[in-house]
Design a protein around this ligand. Structure first.
Ligand SMILES: CC(C)(COP(=O)(O)OP(=O)(O)OC[C@H]1O[C@@H](n2cnc3c(N)ncnc32)[C@H](O)[C@@H]1OP(=O)(O)O)[C@@H](O)C(=O)NCCC(=O)NCCS
Length: 465
């Protein structure tokens, strides 16, 4: 497996839903989301959001999107917070809160406020999830919610000489119970409360519950809805901070490890969620997404478009180049089809592709095929043919084509080829800029010459390798 260096920024999607025009665009858009639908079916997604989402009245929009995901076969675990509601309740009761290393000390009076606030938020969420969705695309698609004593907690204990009392952390998640509810088609709802085997109640953070639940359930995705758009890069004041679309765990750690004055430029939200995103990835969760809670449809945009909308964190690089496998045939066909239709590439049907799949290499981005190329060897002439070089429009001009070409050159050399040729109608300059020279059809290997299509009038280029 060959990793392509980080740097390919997730590009805006070709088919954002808002831009869909009838007919052609609709079909293209629908096809573009089909691989995601296929990949997500039966997978567990943990979606975590603060109590503000409920307080702001935004939860109804989120319910529509969650409902849609559930109807596509995604198994949903929701984790809610109630920080703002707890804050308000403590103020009402004129209770002072002290913090140690950013953690609230929950004494018995504060615990009462925590229980009340979380209880209220939970009931509100359950009510909204139970609501039918009349006049919406998901009318009559009711969600059944399962909440319960899924999380066992332990006390955080004494830190810097201060007893944090009822402030706790996750000790265990009852995955068997949650899974059995998910298998019944229910949505599991977890609150930031945990119970100890001795019957005590602990105040937890939603980040801690979400990350530990995602790890324990071996979730495919953990999604945090946050105040900012995602992880924003530092930049000079006065400029809008660019969003980091993709981060590896190592890059996330490097961001957090920057000196205090630089770390301060990461938003409070980023500083809060990033450590838990890293923890989840290291615990085996494939992808963690940090997205804005203020954008209607943010979850859908993040999950069903190439570009996404927020920041995605993964253990290793998302893009790699590897030999194609038979299960890649569908992805390759989808990638090359538009170029076959416009005549840039010669048509290949599924059967031919299946037979020749060993000749192909692919570039995979977050499990989607975004680039491919094939090498056909002509051992007698010590030559190889580069064919079907394609990079998805969203991923061009980031060096992907170059990487594929270099890989094919190295592969051809290792097979004893001394030259590489390519037939092209529209991409001549791209090859010339990479050391190819135009030549005649008579220079092609004999068997290839016999197959040359004089109607297509491709130009022949060759490069010594
Ligand atoms: C040709 C192709 C594979 C390049 O992929 P890529 O990942 O964008 O390649 P790179 O990032 O390494 O190179 C990008 C550079 O090539 C240039 N380029 C792209 N297509 C070109 C073309 N047809 N002619 C000349 N230059 C071209 C881009 O403008 C860019 O240059 P810039 O950075 O100076 O703006 C891609 O454009 C593609 O899939 N095209 C359609 C299919 C095709 O023509 N394949 C060749 C069949 S023989």
């Amino acid at each position: 497996m060959y990793f392509i260096p980080f740097g390919v920024v997730r590009a805006p999607s070709m088919y954002s839903m808002a831009n869909v025009r009838p007919d052609i665009d609709f079909v293209a858009w629908f096809r573009s989301v089909a691989p995601y639908i296929h990949a997500f079916r039966g997978k567990i997604f943990v979606v975590a959001f603060g109590g503000e989402v409920v307080a702001d009245g935004k939860f109804v929009e989120l319910v529509h999107d969650l409902n849609l995901l559930a109807s596509l076969g995604v198994r949903l675990v929701l984790v809610h917070g109630a920080r703002s509601q707890i804050e308000a309740r403590l103020n009402e009761s004129r209770l002072q809160t002290t913090y140690v290393r950013g953690m609230r000390v929950t004494d018995t009076a504060a615990l009462q406020c925590v229980k009340e606030s979380i209880g209220r938020v939970r009931v509100e969420i359950e009510a909204l999830l139970s609501m039918g969705l009349p006049n919406s695309p998901m009318a009559n698609a009711a969600i059944r919610v399962a909440s319960g004593n899924f999380v066992t907690a332990r006390p955080v204990g004494v830190i810097e000489g201060v007893d944090l009392m009822h402030t706790g952390e996750v000790r265990k998640v009852d995955t068997a119970a949650i899974r059995s509810r998910l298998e019944q088609g229910e949505v599991a709802l977890l609150s930031p409360l945990g119970y100890s085997p001795t019957g005590e109640i602990f105040n937890l953070t939603l980040e801690n519950v979400a990350a530990e639940a995602a790890i324990a359930l071996k979730a495919e995705k953990l999604i945090f809805l946050m105040d900012t758009a995602g992880i924003e890069q530092e930049c000079e004041s006065g400029f809008e901070p660019p969003l980091l679309r993709e981060l590896t765990v190592a890059e996330g750690k490097a961001l957090l490890a920057k000196p205090a004055n630089k770390t301060a430029k990461l938003s409070d939200d980023a500083q809060l969620y990033l450590p838990f995103a890293i923890r989840a990835c290291e615990g085996g969760v494939s992808r963690v997404h940090l997205i804005s809670r203020h954008v209607d449809g943010a979850v859908l945009q993040e999950l069903f478009t190439h570009g996404g909308i927020g920041s995605m964190i993964s253990e290793g690089p998302l893009q790699n180049l590897r030999d194609a496998r038979i299960e890649d045939v569908g992805g390759i066909l989808q990638l090359i089809e538009p170029l076959e239709i416009d005549g840039t590439l010669v048509r290949r049907n599924r059967e031919r592709l299946e037979m020749e799949i060993d000749r192909f290499v692919v570039v995979e981005h977050d499990r989607t095929i975004v680039g491919c190329a094939a090498l056909y060897p002509f051992p007698e002439e010590k030559a190889g043919e580069l064919a079907c070089l394609t990079v998805h429009a969203d991923y061009r001009s980031a060096g992907c084509g170059d990487t594929l070409l270099k890989h094919i050159e190295a592969k051809a050399r290792s097979q004893g080829s001394q030259k590489l040729f390519v037939l092209t109608t529209r991409t001549a300059h791209w090859f010339v800029e990479r050391g190819f020279l135009e030549t005649g059809v008579e220079e092609l290997p004999k068997t290839k010459r016999g197959l040359y299509n004089y109607r297509r009038r491709s130009k022949v280029f060759v490069k010594k390798i």
